[in-house]
Design a protein around this ligand. Structure first.
Ligand code: NAD
Length: 365
């Protein structure tokens, strides 16, 4: 372990205006004394309103930049000389990757290559002590491992077998990150995490989509029979895990992160509907239970059947475990969306109004 926890360091975080990146920044500002450089292009998925709690803090700096713009990224490394990079910026929605893969290839693969090259250039110029301490942390997904059958868990040794353009692009970027370690010695760490949920998630993903549609009495779309299984993790538990890995993880290592909460999509939707029945008993016209709004739609092409994470390595080696159970996390999430409908209204601009049926619908990530 190095001395990140006792002294103030500079963290350059890409994608900090997104769902997970904003949770990481809120955590770092509130729980540590580090300085944060948030580098984000502000695509449709990025929203600075997710950072209002910390935006006025002296240790927080925002830079609007595209990770595919090498010159801009080079200037930011020179300006801030970060001690660590946490690279989260990505195109992240599977359905969008099916209807338009180009942005995923560009941002997730070329963008990661540019981040690696600029990080390497910066790292090469550091003195030996700083070089040893520097970290490049790539934040990735369990979807790189493909689909599981009824049994088994993804471990850090599971072979990559991605199904969608999104997961293939993340698999590619993971390979690049490992190659920059093996070839150039760049001190990297990687994490592959299961589906996240919680506050500030863009309302195209399953959980906010279901909550907001239910409140408006709109159909709750479920792919196929709703029997696909995902392993759910509350986003603040992920943020804590990421900080553990970037500060205490071993260089070159990969850590799987998961909540040990395997649920079918139908179970997730029914849980949300049950909480809403209690919290908002005035149902929209024509229904008695929010679950009455469930509507089955054609399955997503290449839809993986089951993801499940073996997180024993991070639990044992880095002493991390989730604080939230599925029940407590879901309740917190529903409460947050009920209390923050203005945030939801604001982030839903003309490009996305939860109305697009077909490929753009439902499901997380
Ligand atoms: P998100 O879509 O909510 O946010 C992505 C952020 O990246 C946005 O703020 C966006 O503006 C920014 N961005 C996109 N392209 C950019 C570019 N070219 N240059 C600079 N910024 C750019 O995504 P998320 O759900 O917060 O996921 C963050 C990371 O975590 C991603 O790398 C994703 O693959 C990974 N991940 C997500 C999940 C999940 O369940 N959401 C699970 C595991 C891993």
């Amino acid at each position: 372990m190095h001395d990140y926890n006792s002294t103030s360091k500079t963290f350059l975080i890409t994608g900090g205006a997104g769902f997970i990146g904003s949770a990481v920044i809120r955590y770092l500002i509130q729980e540590t004394n580090h300085a944060i450089i948030n580098v984000d292009k502000l695509t449709y998925a990025g929203n600075l309103e997710s950072l209002v709690e910390v935006a006025d803090n002296d240790r927080y700096h925002f830079e609007q930049a595209d990770i595919c713009d090498a010159e801009a990224i080079e200037q930011l490394f020179d300006k801030y000389s970060p001690d660590a990079v946490m690279h989260l910026a990505a195109e992240s929605h599977v359905d969008r990757s099916i209807s338009g893969p180009a942005d995923f290839i560009h941002t997730n693969i070329t963008g990661t290559y540019i981040m690696l090259e600029e990080a390497r250039r910066h790292w090469m110029a550091l003195d030996e002590k700083e070089k040893t301490r520097f970290r490049f942390h790539h934040i990735s997904t369990d979807e790189v491992y493909g689909s599981l059958g009824a049994t088994g868990l993804f471990t850090e040794q599971t072979a990559y077998d991605p199904s969608s353009p999104y997961s293939a692009s993340k698999a590619s970027s993971d390979h690049l990150v490992r190659a920059w370690h093996r070839t150039y010695g760049l001190p990297v760490v990687l994490t592959n995490c299961s589906n996240n949920y919680g506050p500030y998630q863009f309302p195209e993903k399953l959980i906010p989509l279901i909550i907001l549609n239910a409140l408006e009495g709109k159909p709750l779309p479920i792919y196929g029979a709703g029997d696909q299984i995902r392993d759910w993790l509350y986003v603040d538990d992920h943020a804590r895990a990421l900080y553990k890995v970037v500060t205490e993880g071993l260089v070159g290592e990969t850590y799987n992160i998961g909540g040990n909460n395997e649920k079918t999509n139908l179970e997730v939707v029914n849980t949300l509907c049950g909480i809403l029945d209690e919290r908002v008993p005035e149902h929209p016209a024509g229904i008695k239970h929010y679950a009455d709004l469930i509507t089955y739609v054609d399955d997503r092409p290449g839809h993986d059947q089951r993801y499940a994470i073996d997180a024993s390595k991070i639990m044992q080696d880095l002493d991390w475990q989730p604080d939230e159970t599925f029940e407590t996390g879901m309740r917190k999430t529903v409460n947050w969306y009920l209390d923050n409908q203005q945030w939801c209204q604001r982030v839903m601009d003309g490009s996305y109004r939860r109305e697009r049926l077909g490929l753009i619908q439902e499901t997380n990530s």
